[in-house]
Design a protein around this ligand. Structure first.
Ligand SMILES: [Cu+2]
Length: 422
């Protein structure tokens, strides 16, 4: 209501000013003054106003820097973050210099060379040397910026070293899950067809394939028994048959996957990607050792998300159907950063930086950066506890009992089923 009143007052004020201007125009006309006549006094006042504006403009600029400077991100906590900040600051310095030179010239000239009857503008049509200077100088600066930028970008996006720690960040609406390799240091293969309540990332192992096939068989048996023991309308019968056919197709693909896995393992033995999944650690916590290179492998189950760790200056899209990556070396531990920030409760944070749905704002996971020894202790502890499926992802509801599960349920299992649709 207050807002409405303020809006009303503003509109009325604008109308009043417009009316006043109109009255002023009419009275000038009555006095026999032409609208386009401008007196020397008018010109002098406008010239002075240009200079006043310049001072106010710069004062406002510095005030903004002073008032909001502390809203910027604190010191970068990763190696590439420092390089990235240096690149950005280098750009800022050039921008500030150009900003002050061009704006000062603009306002100064506008004020100094205001119209005077006894002065005539100097006609200056063309000068090759001047053209050359103002083309070559900015081009040289741009070249430096681009080369500096490309080199930094190349370093940041280049391949990770082979002995980097591999950590997977798995995004889905609306949370993150981390996966650490087991003793072998290698993350196992995954397949979305195997996603279920206790295998939320779809890790491919003999057990997970057997389990998923058993689940599908149980689903099918449940539908079959409904078909045999209940009297159903024709439409419903057709629907259940279609569901069974779909389960058959899903199972056939998983059997294919199993064949592929067996062949690959027979051929490559321990080098097969399928040989490494069984000991992977799937966990709702995100810890990294200090000063050790980590290669973040980023995946998404549903829509495009974006893994964003602002204090590390790290960001990479999580795209369904592919694995993206981002390598970095954390250089400041959580404890040290708490001292820097003078905030006991400070935590590094992994955020989603793509608006991915209703709870996007809350899609986050704290990141703990700690000394290698502390990290090792945490990792050893993490390996001991099996993945705890969140309560939402309980046992899958049988299709017959919840025929509308696909459209309404939000359990992990139905998401997986939806993803299976051809
Ligand atoms: Cu998201």
């Amino acid at each position: 209501m207050t807002k409405l009143l303020i809006l009303l007052v503003l509109v009325l004020a604008i109308l009043a000013v417009a009316q006043l201007a109109r009255v002023y125009e009419l009275t000038s006309k009555l006095r026999g003054k032409r609208e386009e006549d401008i007196s020397p006094a008018d010109n002098r006042m406008n010239a002075t106003l240009w200079w006043v504006f310049m001072v106010v403009y710069y004062a406002f600029f510095f005030w903004l820097m002073w008032a909001y400077g502390d809203k910027m991100l604190p010191v970068a906590a990763s190696e590439h973050g420092v390089a990235l900040d240096a690149l950005l600051n280098f750009n800022w310095v050039i921008l500030f210099i150009v900003f002050f030179i061009t704006n000062t010239l603009l306002f100064w000239f506008a004020g100094k060379y205001a119209y005077r009857a006894d002065r005539k503008a100097y006609y200056y049509a063309h000068n090759n040397k001047l053209e050359l200077v103002w083309t070559v100088v900015p081009a040289a600066f741009l070249a430096v910026i681009i080369i500096f930028g490309l080199r930094t970008w190349q370093d940041i996006t280049g391949p990770a070293s082979p002995d980097a720690l591999q950590v997977e960040l798995y995004a889905k609406q609306f949370d993150w899950t981390a996966r650490y390799p087991g003793e072998d240091g290698i993350l196992g293969a995954t397949d979305f067809r195997l996603i279920n309540g206790d295998n939320p990332l779809g890790i491919v192992t003999k057990e997970s394939i057997t389990k998923r096939l058993a689940e599908l068989a149980a689903d099918k048996a449940e539908i079959d028994s409904t078909l045999h023991h209940a009297i159903l309308p024709d439409g419903k019968v057709d629907e259940l048959h279609a569901q069974m056919a779909k389960i058959d197709r899903q199972a056939a693909r998983i059997v294919n996957l199993r064949t592929m896995m067996e062949q690959d393992m027979a051929e490559k033995g321990d080098a097969s990607a399928y040989a490494h999944g069984a000991d992977d650690v799937v966990i709702k916590e995100f810890h990294l050792p200090l000063r050790k290179e980590v290669n973040l492998l980023i995946r998404s189950r549903d829509v495009i998300h974006s893994a964003y760790i602002p204090h590390m200056r790290a960001q990479m899209n999580a795209v369904p159907g592919m694995t993206t990556s981002f390598k970095m070396v954390p250089t400041i531990s959580t404890d040290s950063m708490r001292l820097v920030m003078k905030d006991e409760a400070f935590d590094f944070i992994l955020l989603c930086n793509k608006i991915c749905g209703a709870s996007h704002y809350n899609m986050q996971m704290p990141l703990v950066v700690e000394e290698q020894g502390t990290y090792d202790a945490w990792y050893a502890e993490a390996r001991k506890k099996p993945f705890q499926a969140p309560p939402m992802a309980a046992a899958p509801a049988p299709p017959a009992a919840a025929p509308t599960a696909d459209s309404t349920s939000t359990t992990v299992d139905s998401t997986a089923t939806a993803a299976l649709k051809p």
